[in-house]
Design a protein around this ligand. Structure first.
Ligand SMILES: [Zn+2]
Length: 113
C-alpha cells in the first residue's frame, strides 16, 4: 500500500515537470471530450480497452485529431504510457488534408517530420 502511494506522488511530480517542459500528458476518459485542451492526449475507451485517442493538432490549426486504436482499424495507433503520464504513439501522425502536419509523439514531445 505504501508503495502505491509513493508511486502516485512520483507520478504527480513527473506530470508537473513534464507539463512544465511542454510535454503532452495522457488523460483517460470514457467519452468524447467536449473540449480538447492542447498539451493533452485523450485516450477514449472502456475497461482498459482504448478505442481512439484525440488531441488538438500541435501545429495550432485548431483541428482535433482522432487516432483509431480499436482492433481491426487501419491505420491503428498504439500508445505507451510512461511513468510521468507522458505518452508515445506509434505510428506517426500524418494529416493528408488541411495543415498536412506530420509528426511523432515521443515521450509526450512532438517530433516533426
Ligand atoms: Zn494542424
Amino acid at each position: 500500500m505504501m508503495l502505491g502511494k509513493t508511486q502516485n506522488i512520483i507520478r504527480a511530480l513527473g506530470r508537473r515537470i513534464a507539463a512544465w517542459r511542454g510535454r503532452h500528458l495522457v488523460s483517460f476518459v470514457d467519452e468524447d471530450p467536449e473540449q480538447v485542451e492542447s498539451g493533452k492526449i485523450y485516450v477514449i475507451g472502456e475497461g482498459g480497452h482504448p478505442w481512439y485517442a484525440a488531441m488538438a493538432c500541435p501545429c495550432g490549426c485548431g483541428e482535433t485529431l482522432k487516432l483509431a486504436m480499436i482492433e481491426g482499424s487501419r491505420p491503428r495507433w498504439s500508445f505507451v504510457r510512461h511513468w510521468d503520464d507522458t505518452v508515445s504513439l506509434k505510428p506517426s501522425v500524418w494529416r493528408k488534408v488541411g495543415c498536412k502536419s506530420h509528426f511523432w509523439v515521443r515521450d509526450g514531445r512532438i517530433d516533426w517530420c
